[in-house]
Design a protein around this ligand. Structure first.
Ligand code: DC
Length: 225
């Protein structure tokens, strides 16, 4: 049984949060929960229903009502979990460039954040969880007993995302990925509500020149300390 019951991992897009969290959860035998999937599911639902992303009220209504479920993977295609939206498997659909382009705006809306934060807190407070996002250490689970803030240069993060997208057979260029990351970083860190920020008691790790194994070794040592 691990001494750490709640781990919060925050940081900008493509900083390596998911890879780290997945490995920590496996090693410690606790739940991995990536909160970004919830904002992505709301965005996808708005796009599918042709609700204008600027229509805060309508998007918020979707966030309040949308049944989102995250479960252990049932398909062997490199996924870490299944994401179900109203029963439909949207695990890969929520990763589309179109969702990438709109999710930061959706996550700025107060009603959306309230609905998501409440559900995330309920899950987090059960304990034995590694929770990943932008505001876990600051807002969702300020009582987490280990808080990590992962960062890396924008160029390095874009390069990592580019290699991932190549492996998936996607056709986004490095430039497009870099532009999309810059835009999301700007929106995520300058929004009024729960902006991307390290909690005062978070351990900040710059992973620009570290590989995934090195990041994991450092954090697992902290979790087991
Ligand atoms: O981690 P991700 O790229 O899947 O997150 C998608 C978007 O959701 C990101 O642009 C910011 C938002 N997000 C958030 O505001 N708060 C969280 N706890 C998680 C994600």
């Amino acid at each position: 049984m691990s001494p750490v019951r709640m781990i919060a991992i925050d940081g900008p897009a493509a900083a390596g949060k998911s890879t780290l969290a997945q490995r920590l959860a496996d090693e410690l035998g606790i739940l991995y929960f990536d909160t970004g999937v919830m904002y992505r599911a709301v965005t996808l639902a708005a796009l599918w229903h042709e609700v204008p992303i600027d229509d805060e009220e309508a998007v918020t209504e979707i966030a309040r009502c949308l049944p989102i479920d995250v479960r252990p993977p049932t398909v062997q295609d490199d996924r870490k979990y299944d994401v179900l939206m109203g029963g439909e498997d949207v695990t890969w659909a929520i990763r589309s460039p179109e969702v990438d382009a709109h999710v930061s705006q959706v996550s700025m809306y107060m009603g959306v954040r309230q609905a998501m934060t409440q559900r995330q807190r309920e899950i987090g407070l059960r304990g034995d969880v590694v929770m990943v996002g932008r505001d876990i250490g600051t807002v969702v689970l300020p009582e987490a007993d280990l808080k990590i803030y992962l960062d890396a240069s924008t160029e390095e993060r874009a390069q990592r995302r580019y290699l991932e997208s190549q492996e998936m057979g996607e056709e986004e260029s490095l430039e497009e990925i870099l532009d999309s990351l810059r835009m999301r970083d700007e929106l995520d860190s300058t929004r009024d509500l729960a902006p991307l920020r390290a909690a005062p008691d978070a351990i900040v790790l710059d992973t620009t020149s570290l590989n995934a194994d090195q990041v994991f070794e450092r954090v697992i040592a902290l979790a087991q300390a």
